[in-house]
Ligand binder design. Structure first.
Ligand SMILES: [Zn+2]
Length: 412
């Protein structure tokens, strides 16, 4: 089939899904956190039906699931997970994309006030002559993650249009609220998501391939001090703020986000609230290395014990909860083929792999926790989470080609 028609289909689906605002809202504790995600889910449910998928469901949390029965003799059962929400970074939730045809390498006025300069975004110069989808400067583009959704839908459409192509058993899950703590992937009905391994398409430029993420935990330190009137404070007052100060002073400044990169982990104090009696301090722990991650947790428990010893009259409690795991930890001899296959396909399509240890998590980091190895590959877009986000259509197409090859049931 002609490349041009496939590109048109990719753009058609992409623009259709961009037209449904679906920002997640971290102030709402429900899943999904916004009604727009449910609306997008409903539209996807109908589109999946039209594409011939079966067992289509939308559960109470807005997770859309569907299955495409295998065609041919193969054995593999593969999953794709993409997220319905776009991120709220204080920009508009409505997305008005603009397509610049045959980009000529000049600066772009996205709107009256917002300029896209090639000086600040020199990577765009790699796409001179290409058609590129930009924002109008008032919102993110939402290629994160609607480019993935459009990519998956276009591949399913392509398989329907080409009944001679054998493909694996394919499971799809579109999940809400990835951007606010991977909440939606926890709500997948895993009894219906029986896969050997899965993929997300949730990173940026051509060639990006991620199968290493942080291990992540979040925690809270709660301190209850002893109040006293200044008249009689001496020897009596126990100030929770000073105890928190001790706690923070025992953290390693060299192991904080502002001083770490690549595979270096950190502890990040993210919030502190106090009055004279009660204090609450929030923190995040991140590390690619499981042992170092556990050691960080152990260290925080240890300094808490020390403070309990030092301030016997105070109530000091620490709580630490794991949030997600490093994807790489769920890789084994059987499922590592998921990455090998990606590398083979990149090679076949002459795409240079850029393998990145991600300083964050993806839905795959949660899936990994429940034993589903889920590598992540590129959408083709740049500048996620920004009004300067853009998607060169040719790279979008390359990402589609990767999905198509993965879905084909090759003997492995
Ligand atoms: Zn994303």
């Amino acid at each position: 089939m002609e490349e041009k028609i496939i590109k048109e289909k990719l753009v058609e689906y992409f623009l259709k899904y961009l037209g449904i605002p679906s920002q997640s809202d971290d102030k709402n504790k429900e899943v999904p956190s916004s009604i727009g995600q449910l609306e997008l889910g409903k539209v996807l449910g109908l589109d999946l039906k039209e594409l011939g998928l079966v067992d289509i469901s939308i559960n109470d949390f807005g997770v859309v699931q569907a299955r495409l029965p295998r065609r041919g003799e193969g054995q593999k059962s593969l999953g794709w997970v993409a997220h319905l929400d776009t991120v709220d970074v204080g920009l508009s939730d409505k997305i008005h994309p603009q397509i610049i045809k045959s980009y000529d390498g000049s600066d772009i006025r996205l709107n009256e006030d917002v300029f896209f300069s090639t000086k600040e975004n020199p990577e765009v110069l790699a796409y001179i002559g290409d058609d590129i989808i930009f924002t109008d400067g008032t919102s993110v583009l939402g290629a994160d993650n609607k480019a993935a959704i459009a990519n998956i839908m276009t591949t399913l459409w392509y398989l329907k249009e080409n009944p001679d192509i054998d493909h694996a058993e394919i499971h799809i899950a579109f999940v809400p609220d990835e951007e606010i703590g991977l909440r939606g992937s926890r709500k997948i009905d895993f009894d219906k998501f029986k896969v050997d391994y899965a993929y997300t398409i949730d990173c940026c430029e051509l060639g990006e391939l991620i199968y290493e993420t942080f291990n992540a935990a979040s925690g809270t330190l709660k301190i209850k001090g002893v109040p006293a009137h200044p008249m009689s404070a001496k020897g009596n007052l126990v100030n929770p703020i000073m105890i928190a100060h001790d706690f923070i002073s025992m953290l390693d400044r060299a192991k904080m986000p502002e001083n770490t990169e690549n595979r270096e982990g950190y502890v990040w104090v993210t919030d502190i609230h106090s009055d004279v009696l009660n204090l609450s301090l929030d923190f995040n722990i991140r590390n690619h290395d499981r042992e170092k991650f556990e050691a960080s947790k152990a260290y925080l428990y240890k300094i808490t014990d020390l403070l309990k010893e030092r301030y016997k009259k105070a109530d000091i409690e620490i709580q630490i909860e794991d949030v997600y795991d490093n994807i790489a930890d769920s890789m084994n001899d059987e499922n590592k083929v998921a990455v090998e296959r990606l590398k083979e396909i990149f090679d076949q399509l002459e795409i240079e792999p850029k393998i990145i240890p991600m300083r964050g998590g993806t839905d795959g980091s949660y899936l990994s926790k429940v034993g589903i190895f889920t590598p992540n590959y590129f959408t083709g877009a740049h500048n996620f989470h920004s009004n300067k986000e853009f998607l060169p259509i040719d790279r979008f197409y390359k990402s589609f080609l990767v999905t198509l090859e993965l879905m084909k049931d090759k003997k492995l």
